[in-house]
Design a protein around this ligand. Structure first.
Ligand SMILES: Nc1ncnc2c1ncn2[C@@H]1O[C@H](COP(=O)(O)OP(=O)(O)OP(=O)(O)O)[C@@H](O)[C@H]1O
Ligand SMILES: [Mg+2]
Length: 570
């Protein structure tokens, strides 16, 4: 109902003439006039229309006006209908009150003054319009409040969703951070243990060197004394076992001297088949799966054999009642961000799987730690997997252990594929050719007197003349003073100047003088020294290793490969 819209006004009177006169008087108000000649008719009209004002004649034949008013008021729907009484007879005050009690609102005496009647009806009609307008505004307001409430509710829900999303992301990031920290901690721990064991192993290596060298010479001098020979053999065996142990330690510490070359793993495994079969015993079946022809890997063949042997022995120990040992290899694509810690690219995955007892998660997590063993004292050193892990890492690959208690274990060795250019360079190394006949003058450079003396004794025993220098600087001045030196053997780790730096200076001054680098481990930063193509002697070495490498300096380069240096095995 708009402010200008007409409202319904019900005129109730039993005399048609009077109804007509009301109609005339109120006509100019512009409202809708509805007429009723009786109380019943009036009620019927009230039910049919929405009436704003009822004009009631107080005296009608079947119902008096007050009774009609009372009936109207009783009905809840008509509570706010305005009632105006019209009365011909003079009304006493009592009647007036009765009219109000019945819910009437106003009185118009007869004779009706048209202006008065119009004024009163207009007031109530306007009132109704204003009330309607207010109600409409109110409803609209409520509607808008409801809409805003709904909007607010929606944005609150959205906010809540965002909030829980954020919380989930924070949780995720926290977990990732914790994982990264744990990994970092693990890596630092392994790194620290590596440095420690590497350092200890290096020193031990030098000591073993001295022992092995002296024992070998002693053995030669005691020929004929059987009991002395037995004792020396015993001591040699002990020292050799010690050397094998330090090799494993150096391997774990990624500091062993590797000779990477392209290797066909299927061939390598083929060559070890009998050895593995004998080592694991008849109760274990051995299966191989190399599928389609594989690209060669770049690794140290001896060390890789050693690693496979270690894995096979672990598998044997895990299958006391027999089972199957499967060695397989296939090409593997490593994606960025994999937990292998490898640069993305193509690798060869060499796997050794068994059907043995498996490991629980705690054992699996620690299995590659050095000295971690579940095999009891005297049975395992706990260095097998550490060595394999170190070898994989030093070769630019990675180790993965998958195991389930009671189901078995699979160890994956990811190794880099050999690139052609790299492969050729390796074959071309060990370049120096030199014609050395019979007795040679050898300049021996080592800061460790124990090692130096032992090596000198071995060289002299081989019939060579030895000049010893305890530092690179001393060696340089000795070289300048003795131009008849045929070969230089230098240690790598020396205070003041490293063996490589020294070798570079020597190479500059005496380009044809062969230089052999003796190292206990691969301390050399990758790339450094490679340009020099220095043949390397792995500490600890035996007299025959010395003899071999000296002989190699006499041979043309293409034959040099035939004599691979001894690399100690476990
Ligand atoms: N294939 C396997 N199945 C079940 N457990 C294994 C397997 N390989 C390794 N382990 C567990 O990991 C531990 C460490 O292995 P690792 O080869 O480093 O040392 P080890 O075998 O105990 O000693 P060592 O190799 O010096 O003889 C083992 O003691 C064993 O608990
Ligand atoms: Mg082992």
């Amino acid at each position: 109902l708009q402010a200008t819209e007409p409202v319904n006004i019900l005129l109730v009177d039993d005399q048609p003439a009077k109804l007509l006169s009301f109609e005339v008087i109120l006509g100019e108000l512009g409202e809708n006039l509805i007429k009723a000649a009786s109380a019943q008719e009036a009620l019927a009209q009230l039910l049919r229309h929405e009436i704003a004002v009822v004009l009631i004649d107080v005296q009608m034949p079947d119902l008096d006006g007050f009774e009609l008013a009372a009936m109207i008021r009783e009905h809840p729907r008509f509570r706010d209908v305005a009632l105006i009484f019209v009365s011909a007879i003079h009304l006493s005050d009592l009647d007036r009150i009765r009219g109000y009690e019945a819910g009437g609102v106003d009185y118009v005496p007869v004779p009706v003054v048209p202006e008065v009647l119009r004024a009163k009806v207009r007031v109530f009609a306007d009132l109704r319009r204003k009330t309607r307008e207010l109600e409409r505004l109110n409803a609209e307001l409520e509607q808008r409040v409801a809409e805003r409430t709904a909007d607010l509710e929606a944005s609150r829900a959205a906010l809540q969703e965002l909030n829980s999303e954020l919380e989930a992301r924070i949780d995720q990031r926290t977990r990732e951070r914790e994982q990264a920290l744990a990994q970092l901690f693990e890596a630092q721990k392994v790194d620290t243990i590596g440095k420690l064991t590497g350092g200890v192993a290096h020193d031990f290596n030098n000591l073993l060197m001295a022992m092995l060298g002296s024992l070998e010479l002693l053995k030669k001098r005691m020929v004929g004394d059987a009991s002395a020979q037995r004792l020396i053999d015993n001591a040699l065996k002990g020292a050799e076992r010690g050397a094998a142990l330090t090799q494993r330690l150096l391997a774990f510490a990624r500091r062993q001297q590797l000779r990477p070359e392209p290797i066909n793993v299927a061939e390598l495994v083929g060559g070890m088949r009998d050895l593995i079969a004998r080592s694991v015993g008849p109760s274990i079946d051995i299966a191989e799966d190399f599928g389609s022809p594989l690209a060669p890997v770049l690794a140290d063949a001896n060390q890789l054999e050693l690693a496979l042997m270690n894995l096979a022995l672990n598998a044997r120990d895990a299958m006391p009642d027999g089972g199957t040992l499967t060695i397989s290899a296939q090409e593997a694509m490593v994606e960025g961000g994999s937990d292998l810690g490898l640069a993305p690219g193509r690798y060869i995955r060499l796997s050794v799987a068994d059907t043995g007892v498996g490991m629980d998660e705690a054992t699996r997590a620690r299995a590659a730690e050095p000295f971690f063993t579940t095999k009891g004292t005297g049975k395992g050193t706990g260095l097998g997997l550490s060595m394999v892990h170190g070898l994989a890492a030093q070769s630019g690959g990675s180790l993965r252990i998958e195991s389930r208690l009671g189901e078995g274990t699979r160890i994956d060795l990811f190794l880099p594929k050999a690139e052609r250019s790299r492969a050729r360079r390796i074959r071309d190394s060990a370049q120096t050719t030199f014609d050395l006949a019979g007795r040679a003058v050898i300049l021996l450079v080592d800061d460790d007197a124990l090692v130096s003396d032992g090596t000198a004794a071995m060289l002299e025993d081989l019939g060579h003349e030895v000049i010893e220098a305890s530092s690179a600087a001393a060696a340089l001045s000795l070289l300048d003073a003795s131009p008849d030196v045929d070969l230089v053997i230098t240690d790598y780790a020396m205070p003041g100047m490293t063996g490589i730096e020294f070798a570079k200076l020597v190479r500059d001054r005496y380009p044809t003088l062969p230089i052999v680098l003796a190292t206990g481990y691969a301390e050399l930063p990758p790339g450094l020294g490679e340009g020099l193509d220095l043949p390397r002697l792995s500490k600890p070495f035996l007299q025959r290793d010395l003899a071999n490498i000296i002989a190699r300096q006499r041979r043309p380069a293409d034959q040099a490969e035939a004599g691979r240096l001894k690399t100690s095995a476990c």
